[in-house]
Design a protein around this ligand. Structure first.
Ligand SMILES: Nc1ncnc2c1ncn2[C@@H]1O[C@H](COP(=O)(O)OP(=O)(O)OP(=O)(O)O)[C@@H](O)[C@H]1O
Ligand SMILES: [Mg+2]
Length: 288
């Protein structure tokens, strides 16, 4: 049950992430605040090293050793920074799912994809039989448009292309019916055509399931296609945030303008992205 007045799905308030090393304390995320409404999609963009991954790992309670998070991360009325590891394990994977850049490193080469998704699913749903889990897995694979899922479920990771493996990871996340999906550079390792297909899939999932989405990328064109709002980060801090259409058409910060300049698109296409951003904002409201 949510107790927040605005009924945000996620509200991050003054989140800082610090690492204590022999050399001293380094702050890699500095007082970052943003929120994701129910069914909303937020893009977090910024150059390499700006703190995007540390932000998402902080939300998931998965910071590398030596890292600590302060501030508050209120998910459905609960502050994830104070609920403790046991409660956090129930949130992670189950209510908040994460999709990473490199699906190969997240998949075990020695087990079929079906076995791996089923295992992840059953670890969160005690008492589910192997047979029932297999049905859930095949359904999830069908939802991410893997054809012939009933046969492909018994294939090994190396038998799939990079794009298909990312679909497998998305299927794994979806099988849990999460309320929030955090995708950290989910298309970076893929070629452009496949990238577009995965982005379409994320947009479709968002529409069909009503799950909230945080999409992390260094590529502004990517967020333009899928999210309603953008947070722009640089060196651990928020540079600006706003609706996709506003940030694209009227960036407030020189750094954002430079990120936009790096997007190889002509004005017409930016206009198109703008329209897409606005139409997704509409869909988000319907789902909320
Ligand atoms: N284990 C660690 N200990 C100390 N500092 C770390 C650790 N891991 C990452 N950092 C630092 O945290 C900062 C933010 O890193 P982060 O991975 O969040 O960047 P990013 O925005 O995700 O970059 P990229 O686009 O390359 O993925 C970087 O300066 C990085 O060097
Ligand atoms: Mg990263």
């Amino acid at each position: 049950m949510s107790t927040s007045a605005t009924d945000d799905l996620l509200r991050v308030d003054h989140l800082s992430v610090e690492f204590r090393t022999a050399a001293g304390v380094g702050r890699v995320v500095d007082s970052l605040s943003f929120s994701v409404p129910r069914g909303g999609a937020l893009g977090i963009v910024g150059e390499s090293g700006s703190g995007k991954s540390m932000t998402s790992l902080g939300i998931m309670g998965l910071l590398p050793k030596g890292g600590t998070a302060t501030g508050s991360i209120v998910f459905d009325g609960q502050d994830l920074l104070t609920i403790g590891e046991r409660a956090m394990r129930r949130v992670r994977g189950d209510r908040i799912a994460m999709i990473f850049q490199d699906p190969l490193s997240s998949l075990n080469p020695y087990y079929t994809v079906g076995t791996q998704i089923a295992e992840a699913y059953r670890s969160h749903r005690s008492g589910v039989s192997a047979r029932a889990a297999r049905r859930v897995v095949i359904e999830a694979m069908e939802r991410v448009h893997i054809h012939d899922a009933g046969r492909r479920v018994d294939h090994y990771p190396h038998q799939f292309s990079g794009g298909m493996r990312q679909r497998i990871m998305i299927a794994m996340a979806l099988s849990m019916e999460p309320e929030l999906i955090i995708a950290d550079e989910p298309t970076t390792a893929l070629d452009v055509t496949v990238q577009a297909q995965i982005l379409d899939l994320l947009a479709e999932i968002r529409r069909d399931t009503g799950a909230g989405l945080i999409l992390i990328t260094h590529d502004l064109a990517v967020v333009g296609q899928v999210t309603d709002r953008i947070v722009v980060m640089r060196r651990g801090r928020m540079v600006e945030q706003g609706a996709v259409a506003d940030v694209f058409s009227d960036p407030q910060h020189e750094y954002t303008r430079r990120l936009l300049d790096a997007v190889p698109r002509i004005d017409d296409e930016i206009g198109e992205l703008r329209t897409t951003g606005m139409s997704f904002a509409g869909v988000g409201e319907e789902n909320a």
